[in-house]
Design a protein around this ligand. Structure first.
Ligand SMILES: [Zn+2]
Ligand SMILES: [Zn+2]
Length: 347
């Protein structure tokens, strides 16, 4: 709703559990008094209007409430969803990408997504059956008790009705420049939170749209799951360095509120992961532990694993694995298969 720089407008769309009224109030409160909330209340899409062109960065869940919020926010700045020429997606999580199909139908906008996240769309949204089966096996290998495995796999299916998935019209790799009027948006590939996460950097205005890569008080979930490859935490930490090297006066994230001191925030995130890595290493038994056991010993910001709902347990196991994999790559852990379960051992 707010104009944050000439031609740049911060919009707000609520998460399904919140009304627009509630999420607007949270937007104001959180900036005054930052704190961890139970569930994210809103997404901040950004509208760029320049030279007669109207572009959106991210949108929101595909709910009527989120759509009305978006339309209302645009209207306050003499624009409408029908005007959108391009929809730039930082990553294909449902809160950022969910409404893409609805917007495309209204405006025939081009949807622009990084090629690695464009790949995720099919498995995650268009043909998700195989994913559920793969997930159960994945959970079993990592020591998740069998009783919990189906519940955990189902968690992600509940949100499919709130996503209008469309394939990308244009896939980017990073390194391109997207022109919107006199804005030049450099596409910066920042994998980690999602394999195809991208940020948009405007070098003339020294502003960065950081998506979920960098948020002012919370850290994005960096997980290993059936759709990731390699070391997402390694990717994430390398992506922090890429953004740290940019000359940024102000950073516009997709949740919470704006970040005036980006370098300071990046340093804090580094410290958080260093501490978490040390903690994870302490949680691995000398004789070996699986990811479920390690996740059960970690002190999470939101409590202990046993108190979590199944989907949160799944996220915690995925996040634990990302840290264990990173420690493995650093040579601090080894891993071994025992009776179809993966165990990690201190080196
Ligand atoms: Zn995300
Ligand atoms: Zn998000």
């Amino acid at each position: 709703m707010t104009k944050v720089a000439e031609g740049v407008f911060e919009l707000l769309t609520p998460f399904p559990e919140f009304t627009l009224e509630q999420s607007r109030k949270m937007r104001v409160e959180l900036e005054k008094n930052p704190r961890v909330t139970k569930g994210l209340p809103y997404v901040l899409p950004y509208m760029i209007k320049s030279g007669g062109d109207t572009v959106l960065i991210d949108c929101g869940w595909n709910t009527d409430a989120a759509y009305s919020a978006l339309a209302e926010g645009m209207k306050a700045h003499d624009a409408a969803p029908e005007d959108v020429s391009r929809l730039l997606i930082t990553h294909v999580h449902p809160d950022h990408y969910g409404m893409a199909g609805r917007l495309k139908q209204l405006s025939s906008c081009d949807v622009i997504i990084h090629e690695a996240d464009a790949e995720v769309i099919k498995d995650r949204y268009l043909a998700p059956k195989g994913l559920t089966e793969g997930m159960s096996k994945f959970m079993e290998i990592n020591g998740v008790p069998p009783m919990d495995a189906p519940g955990m796999s189902r968690g992600s299916m509940g949100m499919l009705d709130k996503v209008a998935a469309v394939p990308a019209d244009e896939e980017v790799k990073g390194g391109e420049t997207i022109r919107v009027g006199d804005f030049e948006l450099d596409v910066i590939w920042t994998p980690g939170h999602s394999p195809g996460h991208i940020c948009f950097y405007e070098p003339n205005r020294k502003i960065l749209f950081s998506g979920d890569h960098i948020l002012p008080t919370i850290t994005p979930n960096v997980s290993i799951n059936t759709q990731t490859h390699g070391s997402p935490l390694g990717d994430y930490i390398r992506s922090l360095a890429i953004v740290d090297a940019l000359d940024v006066d102000y950073c516009y994230p997709a949740h919470e509120f704006g970040i005036p001191e980006l370098k300071k925030r990046i340093k804090e995130i580094h410290t958080h992961h260093e501490e978490r890595l040390e903690e994870m290493l302490r949680c691995v038994d000398r004789g070996g532990s699986n990811a479920w056991e390690v996740a059960g010993r970690v002190k999470w910001a939101t409590g202990m694993l046993t108190d979590f709902e199944p989907w949160m347990q799944r996220a915690a196991v995925g996040e634990t694995l990302a840290h264990l994999e990173f420690l493995f790559e650093e040579g601090k852990l080894s891993r071994v298969m025992r009776d179809r379960h993966q165990y990690w051992l201190p080196v």
